[in-house]
Design a binder for this molecule. Structure first.
Ligand code: C5P
Length: 221
């Protein structure tokens, strides 16, 4: 992204997975690498933004000029985001767990006998993006969500744009080689009310610059 495109704006980016602990040695997680979110935070900083990166458990270096807050669970991520507000732009690139174990077992859960099953009860996590988008006091001029889908990418993305009251949603297909989770490359399409833009597939670092340029454009719209 060009230098100065987001000059003087405060931008919060979430990135990576969340881990939902079951007991002291086990957790529920997902395959998010955090690469896309980290690339977006780096790009926003290069574009002149004051960047805050709320990162789930990932092994990635902190981009230059970015203030990083490390968290583990969805509940912790929500807390860190609320503390980082107000901001001008919110970009929810994290793959936040949708469910967390109803209770954490402080001692390691014992194996059941062979042939027996173990049932874990899960409860919904807070939807950070929806909450942020509906907060009047957040100061936000633009709220951006991500949608990782395996099929009907456009349909689900447009649904999410409306349901979560977003200004922009970035959709990518997961489960195909060369795109989505764990990959250095991605293929994405952005949707907003009354428009869409398909980005040429390529490295996440370049796509992050394209996205920051689109965000700057949408803020002027
Ligand atoms: O509904 P779905 O999880 O597919 O929406 C994805 C978008 O919502 C992403 O931007 C993700 O960061 C955000 N999200 C969130 N909190 C959740 C679940 C998803 O902020 N609990």
């Amino acid at each position: 992204a060009g230098p100065g495109l987001l000059q003087g704006l405060r931008v919060i980016v979430t990135a990576g997975p969340t881990y939902e602990d079951l007991d002291p040695v086990r957790y529920l997680g997902n395959r998010s690498s955090g690469k896309m979110g980290f690339a977006v935070a780096a790009s926003a900083a290069r574009a002149g933004a004051e960047g805050v990166l709320v990162a789930g458990p990932v092994q990635l270096p902190t981009p230059p000029g970015v203030q990083r807050v490390d968290v583990r669970s969805a509940v912790q991520m929500r807390q860190a985001v609320m503390e980082a507000l107000p901001a001008d732009v919110y970009i929810g690139a994290a793959a936040v767990a949708d469910y967390t174990p109803r209770s954490f077992s402080p001692s390691k859960i014992k194996k059941t006998g062979a042939g027996q099953t173990l049932t874990v009860e899960l409860v919904r996590t807070p939807d950070i993006l929806s909450e942020v988008a509906s907060r009047e006091d957040a100061g936000l001029k633009l709220v951006v969500g991500f949608a990782a889908e395996t099929d009907d990418v456009a349909g689900y993305a447009r649904q999410k744009l409306a349901a979560k009251r977003l200004d922009l949603i970035v959709a990518n297909r997961v489960g195909v080689p060369g795109s989505g989770f764990e990959s250095d490359d991605n293929a994405m399409t952005a949707y907003w009310n009354g428009g869409e833009r398909e980005f040429p597939p390529g490295p996440k670092v370049r796509l992050a610059d394209d996205l920051v340029a689109l965000i700057a454009e949408r803020m002027r719209a």
